[in-house]
Design a protein around this ligand. Structure first.
Ligand code: GTP
Ligand code: MG
Length: 270
């Protein structure tokens, strides 16, 4: 498959080190918290959270970019995930000249400036406290499909922000579950490949209290593990090493056996 070959270029396996990289794209309505979530994820690299209280970030009118790196250990391998974050403005359509960029302008720019083609994770972002932002994900999913942001290895994070507003939550777990089925069905219908609902990770966070950011980080790791089939690589290599060791032991045993069976060799050596 072509896509599979593309993504294979983004992973390097050396002895005990596996390094992979890929794009993570945030889309969703304006003011749902895309920029703040990306900043919370990226600030992990400085070992501390981004300080929400000091934030006076306004509506995005540009294509925003950041990155973050995650490390994990699996068996004796050190896995490094280096993800590149692209945050799209939530303003639909195109902006008037001199007013920055809206979504369609930013996506054009994304295709010109992106350093890698492959989107490992698409983060469909909504606010738990605002049902309309959840319903509008249908619009954003269709935009993602039209702009070819989804490949057969892409994972989706269905990200609900404003978890701190939980008392006035208007998006229920049943809605989220049917949303997950809707997403996989729509992708299957429009792109023609099976999209396992397990590739859709449902996460809720608060950018204010940082609740759920750890789970988001785990979901990002899991999505990279899925996309690059890292467990197959690790356990495949372990199996290969085991087989090689067995073959080698067998070779030694065979040599001993042959020596016992061929005493004339010793005679000849004398
Ligand atoms: N209470 C609360 N406020 C949040 C949360 N996430 C974001 N906000 C606030 O919501 C507002 C919008 O956040 P942004 O991150 O700028 O939203 P955005 O999705 O990037 O919006 P656009 O750039 O317009 O597309 C800001 O005032 C944030 O402080 C959250 O989880 N809880
Ligand atoms: Mg923004």
């Amino acid at each position: 498959m072509d896509n599979q070959r593309d993504i294979d270029k983004l992973i390097i396996c050396r002895e005990k080190d596996i390094t992979c990289t890929g794009g993570v794209v945030f889309i969703g309505d304006g003011a749902v918290g895309k920029t703040h979530t990306a900043m919370n994820l990226a600030s992990y690299k400085q070992g501390a959270f981004f300080n929400f209280d000091c934030s006076n970030i306004s509506k995005s009118v540009n294509l925003e970019f950041d990155y973050f790196v995650l490390y994990s250990n699996i068996e004796k391998y050190k896995v490094t995930i280096s993800s590149q974050l692209f945050i799209m403005p939530g303003q639909k359509g195109r902006a008037d000249v001199g007013h920055g960029l809206a979504f369609e302008d930013a996506i054009d720019m994304y295709f010109n400036v992106r350093s890698i083609n492959d989107i490992v994770i698409l983060i469909l972002t909504y606010s738990i406290a605002d049902l309309r932002t959840f319903q509008n994900l249908e619009y954003w999913l269709n935009k993602a499909i039209d702009h070819e942001l989804i490949s057969d290895f892409t994972n989706i994070v269905l990200l609900g922000t404003h978890l701190d507003y939980a008392i006035s939550t208007s998006v229920t777990d049943e809605m989220i579950e049917s949303g997950q089925n809707f997403i996989s069905q729509t992708i299957e219908d429009k792109l023609g490949f099976h999209f396992d609902p397990k590739r859709i990770h449902n996460i809720k966070i608060s950018n204010l209290t940082k609740n759920g950011i750890d789970e988001l980080q785990d979901a990002v790791s899991n999505a990279f593990f899925n996309a690059f089939q890292i467990e197959d690589i690790v356990y495949g290599q372990e199996k290969e090493i085991l087989v090689q060791e067995k073959e080698w032991e067998k070779g030694l045993l065979d040599a001993e056996y042959l020596e016992q069976q061929e005493p004339w060799k010793e005679d000849a050596d004398r």
